[in-house]
Design a protein around this ligand. Structure first.
Ligand SMILES: Cc1cc2nc3c(=O)[nH]c(=O)nc-3n(C[C@H](O)[C@H](O)[C@H](O)COP(=O)(O)O)c2cc1C
Length: 312
């Protein structure tokens, strides 16, 4: 018998135990509702919903997605129906699912993050919160919270006080070294950290002689970012292993198959999220779970925890 279970919140009263380490990433699986038939959500470790804000947002002007070499550049701009719709319409459906659903929240101020977390408190069907600290901080003139370790600590501590749910803080890669923000989140009450979000880039449409995206900049994702994401996960896992060994790392970035997932696990991730691959292969999650099982069988690995961090 193999055990694929992984615990994402070992310090939390109730914990956040996943049946397997394969999670779908925010913004690449909607609210999971439309995917239930094609993607078999019940086989996934967890589902993370689209970044959710206090009020509905229609997102940025088009074009807002372009294909790049081995990846995509997106500036969707947090299009979502708002937290009230999520609580009233989607959460009751999630409550009937076997796999936990984690709500990804995005605020422009610390107060907004706190309000979002407060509204989610006690909502059936919500298993945890992932805080996206890559949103623009309006108070700081549009800079992102995620770039500044002190701000990440403030947001994390404020949300921690507002929620009893397991709390994951999703980190931005855009300041090069993610270790200071990972440390800030872990020391301020995060149950786990997830990384990485997209890497900022631009494209130029040479026929229009203008930036390809209406927003000019976008976030690069997909296989193109995998080695960078893996490096950051490895570095953060090494750092947290020493100072916060009970704060798991969740690896994200270009994971497209079981081999990629295993690389992240060995680099110290207790679970992984898959994003861009969901657009081209909605069955990727299940295939990755099966591929990990196959590897464990071949290598006579009894528990997935035996693989986590072996390459550190
Ligand atoms: C179209 C699109 C929308 C996304 N929306 C969100 C979002 O709302 N919140 C968030 O935290 N991350 C969002 N992300 C980032 C992904 O969750 C993930 O961190 C990133 O794409 C890297 O993983 P990947 O290379 O497997 O796609 C989005 C990514 C894409 C491609």
């Amino acid at each position: 018998m193999m055990n694929l279970q992984t615990q994402l919140a070992p310090c939390h009263k109730k914990g956040l135990l996943l049946r397997n380490p394969v999670v779908v990433a925010s913004g690449t699986f909607g609210y999971g509702i439309d995917n239930t038939k094609i993607a078999g959500v019940h086989h996934l470790g967890a589902i993370i919903c689209k970044g959710t804000t206090l009020h509905p947002r229609s997102g940025n002007k088009e074009p807002r997605i372009i294909e790049t070499a081995s990846g995509m550049l997106n500036a969707v701009g947090l299009q979502n129906p708002g937290i009230h719709t999520v609580i009233e319409e989607y959460a009751p459906i999630w409550a009937t699912w076997q796999s936990p659903v984690i709500v990804n929240i995005a605020g422009e101020t610390i107060e907004e993050f706190v309000e979002l977390a407060t509204l989610l408190e006690g909502v059936e069907g919500v298993a945890g919160i992932e805080v996206n600290v890559s949103c623009p901080n309006v108070l700081a003139g549009g800079a992102v919270f995620g770039a500044d370790a002190e701000k990440v600590a403030d947001v994390t501590a404020a949300v921690r006080r507002a929620t009893t749910l397991p709390l994951i803080v999703k980190l931005s890669p855009n300041n090069g070294d993610v270790r200071p923000t990972a440390f800030a989140a872990a020391s301020s009450g995060a149950d786990a950290v997830s990384l990485i979000n997209t890497i900022t880039g631009i494209g130029i449409d040479i026929s229009r002689r203008r930036p390809s995206l209406a927003n000019v900049t976008g976030g690069l994702s997909g296989p193109a970012i995998k080695p960078m994401a893996l490096r950051m996960v490895y570095e953060v896992a090494r750092e947290l292993r020493l100072s916060y060994p009970r704060v798991p790392v969740i690896g994200i970035g270009g994971i497209s198959n079981a081999n990629d997932a295993l690389e992240f696990l060995m680099a110290g991730a207790s679970a992984i999220q898959i994003g861009t691959i969901n657009f081209t292969n909605p069955h990727a999650g299940i295939e990755i779970v099966e591929g990990i099982e196959e590897f464990m069988q071949q290598e006579r690995v009894k528990s997935i925890t035996e693989l986590v961090g072996v390459a550190l």
